[in-house]
Write a protein that binds this ligand. Structure first.
Ligand SMILES: Cc1cc2nc3c(=O)[nH]c(=O)nc-3n(C[C@H](O)[C@H](O)[C@H](O)COP(=O)(O)OP(=O)(O)OC[C@H]3O[C@@H](n4cnc5c(N)ncnc54)[C@H](O)[C@@H]3O)c2cc1C
Ligand SMILES: *[C@@H]1O[C@H](CO)[C@@H](O)[C@H](O)[C@H]1NC(C)=O
Ligand SMILES: *[C@@H]1O[C@H](CO)[C@@H](O)[C@H](O)[C@H]1NC(C)=O
Ligand SMILES: *[C@@H]1O[C@H](CO)[C@@H](O)[C@H](O)[C@H]1NC(C)=O
Length: 594
């Protein structure tokens, strides 16, 4: 008995020590640029780029002032180096920030240390910040001055320069709308210049300038953004309630919903026939309530729990266990309902509505600061936790209803196929307004985001991948949705330039400001010009291509290139237990076709 007890204690110590070992490196996310004796590498926050190749650069520089930023651009220009900016966060999924070249002539400018200045102009309701400043610091500073930033992404682990560069947004069809770049009223850009001008110069842009519309969403292609000036409003509060209800009407009421509530959004859980409507409007500052929105998906998770969820999900995917996935989705949805997605009246959620100040209700990311030793963001690449794809498609508002109708048709063939997406956050539906930005949305738009399981190994097919591929192709090709610049797999960018009526105007400004293409690289070209590359074996598995032959899937593992079930023009990798016969959908021989 005693001996057994002692053994238990020892075991406890071993487990505890193991937890400590994991956590010592696990607390805040790792810096995205990491160097070893052979040079430096850039990673994104998920630890891997779409192509899974590294991004190796020769020189990384950390300017602290605008003049040092200018000198860094001058150095790149003088030495004919490919150059890109990256923030302290590097939360963008496509490989936009990578300047690497095979010849090795590349450098990175990090804005991680360029983050000292926040100048608030209360009289004119504006704030000007260094582009490296994190979103949370900006929000806290303006709120303290009695003001509010109206639009911001839901995730706060981003820099101001990075978020405006990629068109990041929250959700609103009111006022200037949910995209942050539509609230910019001034911007300074550092661009290459002639030798007589010192090889680089700072240009200050205002809304009246013709290149302002190119610079608002510039994907880092025009130069380095040093300062961003954003418009503000007097501080206000919001009152939020979720209505978890059936999903029958989404396609008929999404527009009314967006018109009725200033910060409306909708989360759709297709496998559960459930949608959660967010009723979210401003209330006066003296309304009672000091709530917060600490979005559940961005809360810190116990590392052991994140790892075990991942392990379970992996086992179920390998075992093709839809039942298991559906149980998991149901229990996660139950938790979300119970805790109102992370809304808190005080320390916890006690009931709707939750009222709190704008600064605490729009944007969150508490996992970034987790102090508990064994916690981290669920996707931290060091813990083998969640690993997923994120597809984000932006639709002209009027086309979105038909997209939902098609997805519902696909869902109705076999609702269990959609449990995988409901394990994550279902389909998050948000709203942004028409923008003047050349690479922004030309009309009022609806944005849909969904996350889904990604295999650890690029050549491992995922059981339900045909479903996500079909939804992806419905969005981007049947309905002409545009990919969010900071998310998505490569195929979403195919022909993207044709979808932007002002794309050529953007290219003309790029030629004017960066005639030697220093701020472009083969990696950003792949995204921005959306060309289909050489199709290699297995390329469709990771969204590097759309399959046209079985070898683009994984015939050896039973995944063949087949037409979509609802969108027949789609080409997807589908599991089939019977012998390969491409494009044989409808033969009925294939019990896993649906
Ligand atoms: C968990 C998570 C949640 C997210 N939620 C949302 C959301 O709710 N809404 C939304 O719209 N997006 C969302 N995103 C996407 C996110 O907003 C973008 O990825 C954002 O661009 C990241 O900012 P960053 O500072 O990490 O930029 P980086 O990834 O460092 O850079 C992004 C791009 O901007 C360029 N760049 C960065 N700084 C500068 C500069 N100073 N001058 C010129 N170019 C620059 C880089 O070269 C690169 O091309 C989310 C991402 C994650 C990982
Ligand atoms: C890196 O770039 C900086 C300019 O930002 C330059 O001063 C420095 O010499 C470069 N270092 C190397 C090793 O090239
Ligand atoms: C929730 O939404 C449904 C469907 O639109 C509606 O019938 C119901 O009244 C709503 N509930 C609340 C509390 O608003
Ligand atoms: C809030 O202030 C307004 C005047 O600015 C007043 O009419 C209203 O009664 C106040 N409400 C509360 C809840 O104190």
């Amino acid at each position: 008995m005693h001996r057994f007890w002692w053994l238990l204690c020892a075991l406890h110590h071993v487990i505890w020590a193991a937890i400590m070992l994991i956590s010592i490196e696990a607390m805040p996310p790792e810096p995205p640029v990491r160097c070893d004796k052979n040079g430096c590498n850039l990673y994104n926050s998920y630890g891997v780029w779409g192509d899974r190749k590294e991004c190796r650069v020769q020189n990384v520089t950390y300017p602290t002032t605008e003049e040092e930023l200018r000198l860094a651009v001058a150095y790149a220009n003088q030495n004919k180096l490919k150059v890109k900016v990256v923030s302290q966060f590097s939360h963008t999924i496509p490989k936009l920030a990578c300047p690497a070249t095979s010849s090795g002539n590349s450098m990175l400018i990090s804005t991680a240390k360029y983050s000292s200045s926040i100048e608030i102009d209360a009289k004119n309701l504006a704030v000007t910040v260094d582009a490296g400043i994190g979103l949370r610091r900006l929000i806290d500073a303006v709120e303290e001055a009695g003001l509010s930033l109206v639009a911001a992404p839901y995730w706060e682990g981003v820099s101001v320069g990075g978020l405006v560069s990629t068109g990041a947004h929250g959700s609103s069809w009111w006022g200037k709308g949910g995209a942050v770049h539509d609230h910019i009223v001034g911007l300074s850009l550092i661009v290459p210049a002639k030798q007589s001008e010192g090889f680089a110069k700072i240009i200050k842009l205002e809304p009246k300038d013709q290149i302002f519309n190119a610079a608002k969403v510039s994907l880092g292609l025009l130069g380095v953004i040093s300062k961003v000036k954003l418009s503000l409003e007097p501080r206000f509060k919001r009152s939020i309630a979720y209505n978890f209800t059936d999903d029958a009407q989404i396609e008929n009421i999404y527009m009314d919903h967006a018109k009725k509530y200033e910060f409306a959004d909708i989360t759709w859980y297709p496998s559960k026939h459930t949608s959660a409507y967010r009723y979210d409007n401003r209330v006066p500052l003296n309304a009672s309530g000091d709530g917060t929105y600490d979005f559940l998906g961005f809360q810190s998770n116990s590392i052991l729990i994140s790892k075990s969820i991942r392990a379970t999900e992996k086992t179920m995917d390998n075992g093709r266990s839809l039942g298991g996935k559906c149980t998991m989705a149901a229990s996660f949805l139950g938790v979300k309902k119970l805790v109102a997605n992370g809304l808190k009246n005080g320390l916890i959620f006690t009931g709707y509505p939750v009222t709190g100040s704008q600064g605490k209700m729009q944007t969150s990311g508490s996992c970034l600061y987790s102090t508990a030793a064994d916690n981290s963001c669920a996707w931290d690449p060091r813990i083998n936790g969640l690993f997923f794809y994120e597809t984000t498609a932006i639709f002209p508002a009027s086309k979105f209803g038909d997209f939902i109708r098609d997805v519902k048709k696909l869902r109705d063939l076999k609702p269990e196929n959609f449990c995988g997406v409901d394990i994550y956050n279902g389909f998050l539906i948000r709203f942004i307004r028409a923008s003047e930005a050349y690479l922004g949305q030309p009309e009022d738009s609806v944005v849909v985001d969904f996350n889904y399981f990604r295999a650890d190994d690029a050549l491992t097919p995922r059981f339900n991948q045909d479903v996500w591929e079909e939804v992806e192709q419905l969005a981007f090709f049947k309905y002409g949705a545009k990919p969010h610049w900071a998310k998505n797999r490569n195929l979403a960018f195919l022909d993207v330039q044709k979808k932007y009526p002002n794309f050529n105007k953007f290219v003309a400004v790029k030629r004017q400001l960066d005639p030697q293409n220093l701020f472009s690289s083969e990696w950003s070209d792949e995204v921005v010009f959306g060309k289909e590359g050489v199709k290699s074996d297995g390329c469709a598995l990771e969204g590097q291509c759309i399959c046209s032959e079985d070898r683009h899937c994984s015939p050896g593992k039973g995944y063949f290139c087949k037409p979509g079930l609802v969108y027949k023009e789609a080409r997807v990798c589908r599991y089939s237990s019977s012998s390969p016969s491409p494009f044989s959908v409808g033969s009925g021989s294939d019990k896993n076709d649906l």
